[in-house]
Design a protein around this ligand. Structure first.
Ligand code: COA
Length: 160
């Protein structure tokens, strides 16, 4: 069985992430969406909230499993018996960071391969931070995130 890991902070997950997740899930038997629990960052959503959101959004996809992880990504990949890491590329600006990360992961574990999927043109221009900023200033994020994320984001920002 061929499996892959799609890691990220997903704070919050955007339609851009979901596009990559759905496309990646079609080329492997099993896709692990791995939500980083990074104690050195202060995310808007807790790791539990991010995992719950993704589980809800992806509940109809039988070959996708959402998990959290901390520590090294290669260790998480090993723990689920996967040697493929999927990353989305939105353009040349993503490339140097992604290339460096792919090389680092390979130097940590030579069995690891990073598979890049080009983002769809409609999702090239935004990131999680931008979505949060637009929502904070009451801009329209309808095309950027699923409804569940929009609702939770607005609720979170109201309580800040
Ligand atoms: N559509 C929309 N936005 C996208 C996107 C897409 N297809 N792909 C990436 N992004 C955005 C994210 O929204 C995020 O935006 P933000 O910075 O405004 O929040 C940004 O690109 C990067 O996010 P993400 O893809 O979640 O990656 P990350 O940099 O937060 O996390 C990990 C990268 C989790 C893969 C990496 O930090 C990791 O592996 N950490 C574990 C520790 C480790 O193993 N380190 C050694 C490896 S070098």
């Amino acid at each position: 069985m061929k499996s892959a890991v799609y890691p990220g902070s997903f704070d919050p997950a955007t339609n851009g992430h979901l596009d990559i997740i759905k496309r990646a899930s079609k080329i492997v038997d099993k896709l692990y969406v791995a939500v980083l629990d990074n104690p050195s960052k202060t995310p808007l959503f807790t790791v539990g909230e991010r995992v719950a959101q993704l589980k809800e959004i992806l509940k109809d996809h039988d070959n996708i499993e959402v998990r959290s992880f901390s520590g090294l990504l290669v260790d998480f990949a090993r723990s689920v018996n996967s040697n493929i890491i999927v990353r989305g590329l939105r353009g040349v600006t993503d490339f140097s960071y992604e290339f460096q990360m792919a090389l680092s992961n390979r130097s940590l574990d030579s069995d690891i391969e990073t598979l890049f999927i080009s983002a769809d043109t409609q999702y090239l221009f935004f990131s999680s931070s931008q979505v949060k900023e637009i929502a904070y200033f009451k801009g329209n994020i309808d095309n950027m995130v699923p409804d569940i994320i929009k609702t939770e984001l607005l609720k979170k920002l109201e309580n800040m």
